[in-house]
Design a protein around this ligand. Structure first.
Ligand code: SAH
Length: 352
């Protein structure tokens, strides 16, 4: 059975012509799926009943199966999805008061980057997602929102996995988000641990996608202890690539900083960070650490987070504390999967 979500318009046209149908039916079907929120063929009333039945019998729509779904009091919806081979990934939808509807999607099952504080990093790497598996996570939210008269407005690649370790598939998924779901490049964010050659390659794509870089420390020894990737591409090289990305894209870079009490949240660290970022058009997103099973750090309290912002401001570096969404439903990276696995196999650790 062919998954229609994997077909381009031309490929779907070929399939339909092979069935004796008109080629333009491909455009009609894709409009139903990608613009009108259809999740089955039943409602595609401008197609003949025979065509709808044949589509239902010989094709599928997507491959992701929702295993569990949790809704938070703030409206955040977090789902655990099973891929065709049993791998599990997470995706999250976050509604905001200003009308934005942001999907956070995964690019890999597990992750090879091994950041010590990250639930996904603690699981290890299972496999890359295909571009369709990445795209379908956002598509599903988009379809559900469309049926409620709402619209998916933003997508962040901040779920499980390192997007730039799965570069081609991620780029293809981004192109489909833009082309098929009508989400502007500026409303798409790719978050990376800092794979410098891929940041440089991404700059050459000429897209205005927002680049988010997980920094967390600005001193090489300290950063390497949290993020092993830093031994390969140290801070100075990373920041130089970020600066070049801002020149190429005309966009500010977002730096992610998990605030860990007593580790990277003191005034002196904020001051070093401010000095390092001065001259790079950027914004710092401070995220109080989400505690995870495999790391015994604690989140910074509000007053110290505010001091951190103040010190950065002295260097002209804007920073905000990211509102923690869905914190009551384990909506931190990899946390829902960790919990489900722990519940199923109480004796095992958080291994994927
Ligand atoms: N691999 C990519 C994208 C996924 S993680 C990256 O690292 O950028 C999205 C963000 O959540 C990253 O900034 C990551 O460092 C951060 N993060 C992961 N675990 C966290 C935790 N326990 N607490 C706070 N932030 C965390």
């Amino acid at each position: 059975m062919v998954d229609l979500y994997t077909l381009s318009e031309a490929e779907l046209g070929d399939l339909l012509v092979g069935w004796g149908e008109k080629r333009f039916r491909a455009r009609q079907i894709r409009a139903w799926l990608y613009e009108r929120g259809a999740m089955s063929f039943d409602g595609m009333t401008d197609l003949s009943k025979a065509l709808r039945e044949r589509l239902a019998a010989e094709t599928t729509l997507g491959s992701l199966e929702v295993v569990t779904e949790q809704a938070s009091r703030d409206g955040t919806v977090k789902r655990l999805l099973r891929l065709h081979d049993g791998q599990l990934v997470e995706s999250v939808l976050m509604p905001y008061r200003d009308g934005r509807r942001t999907a956070c999607i995964s690019s890999q099952a597990g992750c090879a980057m091994a950041c010590v504080f990250c639930a996904t990093g603690q699981m290890g790497f299972a496999r890359h997602l295909t571009s369709t598996e990445i795209y379908e996570q956002a598509l599903r939210f988009s379809q559900e929102l469309t049926l409620r008269g709402e619209r998916l407005s933003n997508v962040v690649l901040m779920g499980m996995g390192e997007p730039f370790h799965n570069y081609e598939a991620v780029l293809e998924a981004i192109r489909r988000l833009m082309g098929e779901l009508g989400i502007g490049a500026r409303h798409i964010t790719v978050s990376t641990v800092g794979l410098v050659p891929m940041i440089r390659r991404f700059a050459e794509e000429g897209l205005q996608v927002t680049l988010a870089v997980s920094l967390h420390e600005v001193d090489d020894t300290a950063r390497s202890a949290l993020m092993p990737i830093n031994r390969r591409w140290p801070v100075a090289e990373l920041l130089a690539a970020c600066k070049d990305y801002t020149d190429a894209s005309g966009r500010r870079v977002s730096f992610e900083w998990a605030l860990i009490a007593g580790r990277n949240d003191d005034d002196a660290t904020a001051d070093r960070l401010g000095r390092a970022l001065a001259g790079i058009p950027c914004h710092v997103n401070l995220i109080p650490l989400n505690p995870t099973g495999g790391y015994d750090g604690a989140p910074t309290e509000v007053p110290q987070a505010e001091r951190f912002i103040e010190v950065l401001a002295r260097h002209g570096v804007p920073a905000t504390v990211r509102v923690r969404r869905g914190i009551d439903i384990d909506a931190g990276c990899g946390q829902l999967k960790s919990k489900v696995l722990a519940r199923r196999t109480p004796a095992a650790g958080p291994q994927a």
